[in-house]
Design a protein around this ligand. Structure first.
Ligand SMILES: [Zn+2]
Length: 194
């Protein structure tokens, strides 16, 4: 007899309710979502393997947050984005900015791409803070993605990678190493970038 083993992923809503969404700057409905991979036997899930993502999503703006944000009762007025989907995009774009060299034109391009995706203005103060954080952390971009990914759903991951792709195209000739980096980043996010 032939056994057909495989792997599949499924998302489930663990919880829902109301929370303060910093992007909407209002109380909104949320869903707490978990994406898990399963071992399958004859296409039937038999064993949970690992959790790919565990995050909170605003029903209105679809911003993603780490689940801890539900228990943080006092959210102070933040100058920089605090949703995981938004600050994740800033972190990835600023990392690329530092790699290609920070120029005024590239900072403007980064702000334009961020605004296109989120309809919010990203200040130079935030960009500078992110630069300082990245330079202090000594972490490479792939390790950073591994840390941020669990608080992001697939759609937020794709948005970050599409922004990264646009920014890379604007900063480089899209040589082999530029494309390779984008592929490695997508694979850390466990998504496919076409
Ligand atoms: Zn929202």
């Amino acid at each position: 007899m032939i056994f057909l083993f495989g792997e599949s992923s499924a998302s489930k809503v663990k919880d829902s309710g109301e929370f303060y969404c910093a992007v909407c700057d209002a109380r909104q409905r949320f869903q707490h979502i978990q994406i898990q991979t399963y071992a399958t036997l004859f296409f039937i899930s038999v064993l949970p393997l690992r959790t790919i993502a565990d995050y909170v999503e605003c029903d209105v703006c679809q911003a993603n947050y780490a689940p801890q944000s539900l228990t943080e009762s006092n959210v102070e007025e933040a100058e920089c984005p605090i949703a995981a989907s938004h600050c994740g995009m800033v972190r990835v774009l600023v990392y690329l900015l530092l790699g290609y060299g920070k120029t005024h034109a590239r900072v403007r391009m980064l702000q334009d791409i961020y605004h296109e995706r989120h309809k919010q203005t990203l200040s130079e103060v935030c960009i500078q803070r992110e630069c300082d954080w990245i330079l202090r952390s000594h972490e490479d971009i792939l390790a950073m993605i591994t840390h941020m990914a669990p608080a992001l759903g697939y759609s937020a991951r794709l948005q970050i990678m599409l922004a990264a792709q646009r920014f890379t195209q604007a900063c480089s000739e899209m040589a082999f190493e530029d494309r390779l980096r984008l592929n490695q980043m997508s694979s850390r996010f466990e998504i496919r970038l076409n």
